[in-house]
Design a protein around this ligand. Structure first.
Ligand SMILES: [Zn+2]
Length: 432
């Protein structure tokens, strides 16, 4: 396998192992531990060593990892890459189980901007975490069913004659609950769900305190196109961003006066306002604790922030061949054309002139091409953790990401040749 193929396989395996933010954070934790990073707890005292490698999590769905800079106490500042661990999906409601017309079904909520129709007629299953009774305190257990337990069947065209002319309109309450089983002698939907969950995590059904489960597509990611130039997978937005930043940090070598940081947040797809989202003080808290044992620590913290830089890594919109009119004619990023700098003067992206020029220089140094995106003037613009983090921390920020199609579909599409260059640029950033 070439280095590029190996890298893409590694990305797709990472995404396949990460059907939910809890699984993604667990994967990242395992990888960091293997690489010699030590876990810190926010509730405990930190005794950080110069050039030491550490990570800390919140809610098991957000994670910050860092390599302490050699001059952190002298306000050398932080080099940060941020991304998000969550993707749009369907989540089970607290009392999800019900029987209807001979079927056992599960009620779902829509999490984030789901491209709903793509969730129909797929082999779906469940993953997330289960809170169970523990000896002293409740315990959280990761869970993932591999078999396709669920399906959201589309209505036959014979019963929906004008669907191709009018489009598939799905009522979120009525048309999204997946089919789980058939009603019969084996008990109610609730009993069946609890039975399957308790079998899977080996506990008594009565010990289950709460379920936090999402639907996911069981089809693994694949490499496609006539020349293997594409990747097809769920959650490329934004596990590809997490993977690239993680690779860059773990591959970065040497001592750096600045502290190298990766910050992966949950809840970006629903606006980032949570205890562990980009709207929270999580990153600020961690950065401040890095400077606490300096003399004049408060001043060192403020000076460090002024010497810092934030790269917000999230996927970008490639031009779609069948809908090219949706792009501004001079801002049409192409797949495998290199990382995209995302600009929006209304601050939906945090990029400004200096951060844009700085990132372009970084790409030049890494030997990768770079593209620019701005949304059509008559269309609204999406956003990222970039502006949220920038306004939280006051750090100079650039919004970047690799071009993709089918964003927020259950199965997205990106370029197989774009991932390694993005890692290269991030590695360049983390090089002293
Ligand atoms: Zn995203």
């Amino acid at each position: 396998m070439s280095k590029k193929q190996e890298n893409i396989r590694d990305l797709l395996d990472f995404i396949d192992c990460s059907p939910t933010p809890f699984h993604a954070v667990n994967e990242i934790k395992n990888l960091l531990t293997q690489q010699g990073y030590s876990e810190l707890k926010e509730s405990e005292a930190w005794n950080l060593l110069s050039s030491g490698k550490y990570f800390v999590t919140r809610n098991d769905s957000s994670l910050i990892a860092f390599i302490v800079g050699t001059k952190t106490r002298d306000a050398s500042g932080f080099k940060i890459i941020g991304a998000h661990t969550d993707s749009p999906n369907l989540k089970l409601k607290p009392n999800s189980a019900y029987d209807k017309n001979g079927y056992l079904q599960l009620g779902v909520e829509v999490y984030g901007g789901v491209l709903l129709t793509t969730w129909t007629d797929r082999d779906l299953s469940l993953a997330g975490r289960v809170i169970v009774k523990g000896k002293k305190q409740p315990q959280s257990k990761l869970i993932r069913f591999e078999d396709p337990l669920l399906r959201i069947p589309q209505l036959a065209i014979h019963l929906n004659r004008d669907v191709n002319e009018k489009g598939l309109i799905l009522n979120k309450q009525n048309h999204l609950p997946p089919v789980f089983s058939l009603a019969g002698k084996k008990g109610s939907t609730k009993e069946l769900l609890e039975k399957r969950v308790s079998q899977k995590i080996k506990c008594k059904p009565a010990d289950i305190l709460s379920l936090e489960l999402s639907l996911y597509d069981t089809q693994p990611g694949s490499i496609g196109g006539a020349n293997g130039e594409f990747i097809f997978s769920g959650r490329l937005d934004n596990l590809a961003g997490c993977h690239a930043a993680l690779q860059a940090l773990t591959l970065s070598k040497g001592k750096d006066p600045m502290t190298r940081v990766i910050a992966f947040y949950d809840h970006e797809e629903v606006g980032s306002d949570s205890a562990q989202g980009a709207g929270s003080p999580f990153l600020k808290d961690v950065l401040e604790r890095l400077t606490l044992d300096s003399d004049n620590s408060r001043e060192i913290f403020f000076r460090s922030m002024a010497n810092s830089f934030f790269i917000s890594a999230d996927m970008a919109h490639a031009v779609h061949p069948n809908y090219s009119e949706k792009h501004d004619a001079r801002h049409m990023p192409i797949i495998n054309g290199g990382p995209v700098i995302k600009c929006n003067s209304n601050q939906r992206y945090a990029t400004e002139g200096v951060s844009s020029a700085w990132f372009e220089t970084l790409c030049k140094k890494a030997g990768t091409p770079v593209q620019k995106f701005v949304v059509r003037t008559d269309l609204g613009c999406g956003s990222t953790i970039g502006p949220i983090t920038a306004s939280n921390l006051g750090i100079r920020t650039v919004d970047v990401g690799n071009p993709m199609l089918s964003m927020h579909s259950i199965r997205e599409m990106a370029g197989a040749n774009d991932h390694l260059p993005l890692i290269k640029v991030f590695k360049e950033f983390f090089t002293a």
